[in-house]
Design a protein around this ligand. Structure first.
Ligand SMILES: Cc1cc2nc3c(=O)[nH]c(=O)nc-3n(C[C@H](O)[C@H](O)[C@H](O)COP(=O)(O)OP(=O)(O)OC[C@H]3O[C@@H](n4cnc5c(N)ncnc54)[C@H](O)[C@@H]3O)c2cc1C
Length: 682
């Protein structure tokens, strides 16, 4: 067997994960290739959303996607460890714990803030370049408001309520957007005077968001000003001290919160490596993303110092993808031979959100603002998550950003976020269960378990509709009874002819009697005419009332007419098609057991989701058969409500669901198809 090739990926950021996915896809079935990804954290960080966590918009988990979720059952070893040294000559990477020998290495260790040597800034500022940074800002902000609420000295209070962000690039402006929202929420909540607080953005350049076109910049600036953001544009920061930001030619800003987002450089780990390091810790790489010194070392993402058309590539997510794509393809070419690939940029644009309700974007040559720009940003995030961790992660994102959002901080406000407590649907759940249970019991009473061929498919007080197969049986039955009736008629006819022969003697006696009786009919006719007139008037009155009601909506009518083309087709083709394959008595028993099972499950809140889904499916079948009346439509709505975890309170699902989830999330199927709920257990 050929010697095993070892590929080591250092850093599971946007670049590392993308390279890992591409390489794993290609070498999945190859025992001669081993891929290992090492990251110091057990999760991939959605760096582009860090400001949301820092500003209390989303929960910390919203920006963490565990490597388990991303790689599941894939043939890639993921190790949580921090690489400290790389010996390129000996082809081995070292951590405090162990060593990682490699044949090919991908370096994607990301970036760090750049302070440009500005005195005092590094020691006295917060940065926003990692999950931990975001958490530090988050806790600090809450602390500032809590302290301010108890602070009697207005000077100190103002300092606590002054928030300064240095840098008006997309990181800075996105942070400012969150601060403006959080300030309003906390001032309201803690009864602070909002006019005592300031959110200030300080920028040395003459414009904010220099990466955007003029009209979008103007719109962003207008929005910020409207929301009381103080803009200090063209104002260089010359230093910082504890509680002070020092400005050129302007009085210092007094603040406890100074967030520095001005510049970025490659990680200091990258800067420490014995491979050519360019400006700001960015590793020199050629167009194939190979280190200019070591052709087996590939550089991706923010670490890359590749000069495209003479300029260093932008440190953004799309660059991480393009560099990772080229690196992965070239490692494949190194191992298997074939075409080589160069860095091919195909940038789609930039999106900046300013808080949760407004954004500006220039994507796909389309300039947008407001909620539509936010929509594009969310859509792109979901598309990315779908690519790395499947539909489940898209759902998690949707949940974090819209369904679980607090204080209406999404562009659809709180429209989706209000939650009903699990005990409110309790009685409805039990009632729905009872209905199903009794439906099953009733069917037993009607003799369903004894039918050997054909029955009416009746449902809930409905008279039932005859299936095609059943109809044949019924038709045969009525033909037989018609024959019996004919025989009886013949017998009656012969008896009648005998009677006719004896008639003449009786006629004389009868004529005498008839004279007496002949006076009576006139009186009888008069009486019955009167009563018919009364009954007719009453019937007419009732019918008129009925017609008036039915004209609006007859709730006793089926949702789909049983004689309609669709219902007839459904019964004769679909249902009879099924009956043709299943033994009829078994089918009857199955239906009864299922109805009673659904009933018991809903009643006890046990596997409620599945019971509710089965209830909905059955209701749909009954509807298509033409048996389900409008007045029974509540079954659908109640079923939908039950899907939302109605068995978790006052129900057995309180215990069964966590148990089932743990089991399910560990299965190969769930991990392979990213089809888990929550965190995979393996
Ligand atoms: C707040 C913020 C907002 C942003 N917004 C946008 C935006 O809207 N659009 C955009 O395109 N870009 C944006 N960016 C930039 C974008 O996030 C980066 O360009 C991108 O993350 C770079 O990806 P990467 O793979 O190079 O590094 P990263 O994503 O930073 O990943 C680096 C990984 O390496 C790991 N690591 C580091 N050192 C070691 C070590 N020694 N051993 C093991 N593991 C290590 C880290 O744990 C991390 O997981 C934003 C950045 C920030 C901070």
């Amino acid at each position: 067997m050929a010697e095993k090739k070892r590929i080591l990926i250092v850093g599971g950021g946007y670049g590392g994960v993308w390279a890992g996915k591409k390489l794993e896809k290609h070498f999945r079935t190859r025992p001669d290739v081993e891929i290992t990804l090492v990251d110091r954290r057990p999760y991939h960080t959605l760096m582009t959303e860090l400001h949301e966590v820092a500003g209390w918009r989303t929960e910390p988990e919203a920006v963490q996607v565990s490597f388990r979720k991303i790689f599941g059952t894939k043939r890639i070893n993921v190790v949580t460890d921090s690489i400290e040294k790389i010996d390129f000559e000996g082809k081995v990477a070292t951590s405090a714990r162990t060593t990682y020998p490699f044949d090919y290495i991908v370096l994607g260790t990301g970036a760090e803030p750049e302070f440009f040597g500005t005195p005092g800034v590094e020691e006295n500022s917060f940065t926003l370049w990692s999950f931990e940074d975001a958490m530090k800002i988050r806790r600090h902000l809450e602390d500032c408001f809590a302290k301010a609420a108890m602070e009697p000295d207005p000077q100190v209070r103002r300092r606590l309520l002054t928030f300064v962000v240095a840098g008006a690039g997309f990181t800075g402006i996105e942070m400012v957007g969150e601060l403006l929202e959080y300030r309003n929420i906390m001032c309201r909540k803690l009864h602070l005077d909002r006019s005592e607080s300031r959110v200030v953005v300080v920028e040395a350049l003459p414009n904010i968001l220099p990466i955007l076109e003029e009209p979008l910049r103007v719109k962003a600036e207008k929005y910020l000003k409207k929301h009381d953001c103080e803009m200090m544009i063209g104002t260089p920061i010359v230093g910082a001290e504890k509680g002070k930001v020092l400005l050129k030619d302007k009085p210092a800003l007094l603040t406890e919160t100074f967030i520095w987002t001005c510049g970025v450089r490659g990680s200091s780990f990258a800067g420490s490596l014995a491979t050519p390091v360019g400006k700001r810790n960015r590793l020199e790489a050629d167009a194939e993303m190979k280190s200019t010194k070591y052709p087996f070392a590939y550089i991706v993402g923010d670490n890359s110092g590749y000069l495209h058309e003479g300029k260093p590539v932008a440190q953004i997510v799309e660059t991480a993808h393009f560099t990772a794509e080229a690196a992965a393809k070239n490692i494949i070419a190194d191992i298997d031979g074939g075409e080589r690939h160069v860095f091919k940029p195909n940038y789609h644009g930039v999106m900046v959100c300013i808080g949760s309700h407004y954004g500006v974007s220039n994507a796909g040559n389309m300039q947008t603002k407001g909620w539509f720009a936010l929509f594009i940003k969310h859509f792109i995030n979901m598309y990315y998550l779908f690519n790395i961790a499947g539909l489940n992660q898209v759902w998690e994102y949707f949940r974090e950003e819209f369904l679980d959002i607090k204080d209406r901080r999404s562009f659809v406000g709180g429209f989706f976020s209000y939650k009903t407590r699990g005990y409110w649907p309790l009685l409805l759940r039990m009632w729905l269960g009872t209905m199903w249970l009794f439906e099953g019991i009733n069917k037993i009473g009607e003799g369903w378990l004894k039918f050997s061929a054909g029955s009416k498919s009746g449902w809930m007080f409905s008279p039932g509709v005859v299936q095609a197969g059943v109809k044949a049986v019924a038709d045969a039955g009525s033909a037989a009874s018609a024959a019996t009736a004919a025989t009886q008629a013949v017998d009656a006819a012969s008896a009648a002819s005998a009677a006719v022969a004896a008639a003449p003697q009786a006629v004389d006696a009868a004529s005498a009697a008839s004279a007496a009786v002949s006076a009576a009919p006139a009186a009888t006719d008069a009486a019955s005419a009167a009563s018919a007139a009364v009954a007719g008037a009453a019937d007419q009155a009732v019918n008129t009332a009925k017609d008036a009601f039915h004209a609006v909506w007859d709730l006793t009518k089926p949702i789909i007419d049983p004689n309609s083309g669709f219902a007839t087709w459904f019964r004769h083709v679909f249902m009879d098609g099924i009956f043709a394959h299943i033994n009829y008595p078994v089918m009857q028993v199955m239906v009864v057991v299922m109805e009673m099972g659904i009933g018991l499950a809903l009643f006890g809140g046990f596997f409620t989701w599945w019971a509710a889904a089965a209830s909905l499916a059955m209701c749909l079948l009954f509807t298509f058969n033409g048996m389900f009346m409008w007045s029974q439509a509540w079954f659908f709505f109640a079923g939908i409500l039950m899907l939302g975890g109605a068995g978790r309170s006052f129900g057995l699902d309180c215990w069964s669901v966590p148990f089932f989830k743990r089991w399910w999330n560990g299965t190969r199927f769930a991990r392979k198809w990213h089809f888990y709920t929550g965190e995979p257990t393996k």
